[in-house]
Design a protein around this ligand. Structure first.
Ligand code: NAP
Length: 242
């Protein structure tokens, strides 16, 4: 029996990351499941994902903390190499720039862009040695269409799209394919507090997206069917930005 491939999914205890981890487990991957601090949610996610026959390794660390990333991943990488890496962990701290606290700028950039850098760089050398792999970075519609009050988030997500394209060029000859997925408004805890009455008229399909609808795109990009796709950003957003 061929051993199951491994997928490392960051921010996978809840929301989009959890849907991605569940779908990749159904697709035949074992899961290295990163989260930050909600141990109860992570334990529940592990039990649920294991019911699909996958082995789940829980990895609590802050993606923005390089030392913590190394401490968690390096011992695992001595034995195994993930075939797929999904950089999903992200936060938002919205405010108009004129009122934005410096900490809210650095925290969002540090988690989204710093997290991408810390985790991808740690895993990449092993992927190169394995001569293949898939990296999917979760960006956002905010990378493509401007939203007031999100200069930090839009900058980080646009950075993710740029980094996706540059890295795709760097590792194409190593058979590592790198793409981004940009969700629109997806039903998760991240949307809490947003004015839905103002948001809903902006969505041509007149509804929020489901985490599974993003997970299906990630699943495709990690599959053999996506073997000729790299350096692209795919929007899953009900038509919000075209
Ligand atoms: P969510 O429901 O708030 O879940 C966030 C997940 O990320 C949790 O598992 C959380 O772990 C983890 N996390 C947060 N900060 C972390 C850190 N520093 N290190 C490691 N893990 C961390 O978020 P979501 O809505 O699923 O969003 C997932 C991704 O999609 C994000 O990159 C977000 O920007 C992007 N996105 C979301 C939407 C949307 O409408 N929901 C739209 C566009 C893009 P803990 O529970 O332990 O904190």
């Amino acid at each position: 029996m061929t051993p199951r491939k491994i997928a490392l999914v960051t921010g996978a205890s809840r929301g989009i990351g959890l849907a991605v981890a569940k779908q990749l487990a159904k697709d035949g991957f074992d899961i290295w499941l990163n989260y930050h601090s909600n141990h109860q949610a992570a334990q529940k996610a592990k039990t649920e994902i294991e019911s699909f026959g996958a082995k789940v390794t829980l990895l609590p660390f802050d993606v923005a903390d390089k030392d913590a990333v190394h401490a968690a991943l390096n011992p695992l990488l001595e034995k195994d190499t993930p075939y797929a890496l999904v950089n999903n962990a992200g936060i938002r701290r919205d405010n108009l720039l004129v009122f934005m606290q410096d900490e809210d700028w650095t925290k969002v950039i540090g988690t989204i862009l710093g997290g991408f850098h810390n985790v991808t760089k740690t895993v990449l050398a092993a992927m190169i040695r394995a001569k293949g792999g898939r990296i999917v970075n979760i960006a956002s519609t905010a990378a493509h269409a401007p939203v007031p009050g999100q200069t930090n988030y839009s900058a980080a997500k646009a950075g993710i799209v740029g980094a996706t394209r540059s890295l795709a060029l760097e590792v194409a000859k190593r058979n590592i394919l790198v793409n981004a997925v940009s969700p629109g408004f997806i039903e998760t805890e991240m949307l809490e507090g947003l004015p839905m009455d103002k948001i809903m008229p902006l969505i041509p399909l007149h509804r929020l997206g489901k985490p599974q609808e993003v997970a299906d795109m990630v699943s495709f990009l990690c599959s053999d069917k996506a073997s000729y796709i790299t350096g692209q950003a795919f929007q899953v957003n009900g038509g919000v930005a075209m």
